[in-house]
Design a binder for this molecule. Structure first.
Ligand code: PMV
Length: 343
């Protein structure tokens, strides 16, 4: 039973995260269990704020959860994903009330950067609290994973590791914090190389890669060593070592996906040109390292003092439309909680 009275309106905020050791492939699609572990950096400022309210009058005209995203009703696919997560929260809290969800991304929408990580982390934290549940960060991470694999990591701030887990119920496929946001100040600069949604969603692309890429087994086998090397680099704050792991993890993930049938190719000409700009920067003595997610954008890791140089170099790349600079940020937190008067 809920341990606080309903109805209440709870707002939570979460930063998105960028994986330095990538998650690519699932060991269980229904529970969204990853085939490998992963390691990421949660970002400040680029994120999602989500308000959740469970009440008799909270649903839409048909009585279903009402889901607003960036000021407009969410499209059906997104709303269905949100409702699936809310069903898990309701089952756990033993309530049946519909919810009103109002979610806003601070990630520029045109930028096409993943917002599912911050979106499902903020939704999970706000919905659990609004339903009267008090869950540990680990339990929140497990639940957020059901919405999006990478969301499990955005529950925590700074550098975060997500465990593959061994159990079939997914109870050990959760993230934990490795280094707080304040422990190692770095910058992540995103070079935006296209507008609009990516060609193929990560779930479908992962499934296709796992089924058809002859390199999928090799990809899975290599992740353990990457995680080990990344943890060691974090412990000694060794940017060159961390950057080397990040680049090879991203390249291996994409190589594995490109070898699927039909191929999964996220890059465009500007993606390659931006990667080249980063290697050129390194050749000129600037410590900077790229990573690329399920899209054409290039994200570059560097020390704060190098950020302006890196940003200038990326802006000069033909096809780079915009750059965004982000610092390490905190984990998902509740920002407002209003308990409504009941008569
Ligand atoms: O969380 P999902 O299902 O959108 O998958 C994320 C996949 C990558 O962003 C490409 C890698 C990662 O670990 O975040």
């Amino acid at each position: 039973m809920p341990d606080v009275p309903l109805p209440r309106s709870v707002t939570a905020r979460a930063g998105t995260n960028i994986a330095l050791v990538k998650y690519w492939g699932k060991r269980d699609a229904a529970l969204n269990l990853p085939a490998t572990g992963s390691l990421s950096l949660t970002l400040a400022d680029l994120g999602t704020e989500t308000r959740v309210r469970f009440a008799d009058d909270a649903g839409d005209a048909s009585g279903r959860d009402s889901v607003m995203l960036n000021g407009a009703p969410a499209d059906e696919k997104v709303a269905a994903r949100v409702r699936r997560l809310l069903d898990l929260v309701r089952a756990r809290a033993n309530i049946t009330l519909p919810a009103e969800i109002v979610s806003t991304n601070s990630i520029p929408t045109a930028a096409g950067l993943a917002s599912s990580a911050s979106g499902f982390a903020a939704l999970t934290v706000a919905a659990c609290r609004a339903a009267g549940l008090t869950l540990s960060p680990a339990a929140l991470s497990e639940l957020a994973r059901r919405g999006s694999g990478s969301a499990a990591r955005s529950i925590f701030g700074g550098f975060v590791e997500m465990a593959r887990g061994e159990r079939t119920d997914g109870s050990d496929a959760i993230a934990h914090g490795l280094l707080d946001a304040g422990a190692w100040d770095l910058r992540l600069i995103a070079a935006i190389t296209a507008v609009g949604a990516k060609a193929i969603g990560s779930t479908e692309a992962m499934d296709r890669t796992a089924r058809t890429s002859p390199y999928f087994a090799a990809w899975k086998d290599a992740v353990g060593l990457d995680l080990h090397a990344a943890r060691a680099a974090l412990a000694t704050r060794d940017l060159a070592a961390l950057g080397q792991v990040a680049e090879r993890s991203a390249l291996r993930m994409h190589a594995c996906a490109m070898a699927a049938e039909p191929p999964v190719i996220y890059w465009n000409a500007a993606t390659l040109a931006a990667m080249r700009a980063v290697t050129n920067l390194r050749a000129s003595g600037v410590d900077a390292y790229f990573t690329i997610d399920a899209g054409p954008h290039v994200k570059v890791l560097c020390a704060p003092a190098a950020a302006a140089t890196v940003e200038t170099a990326l802006r000069a790349v033909p096809g780079v439309m915009q750059t965004l600079v982000a610092a390490p940020g905190p984990g998902a937190t509740i920002t407002e909680e209003i308990t409504e008067e009941t008569s």
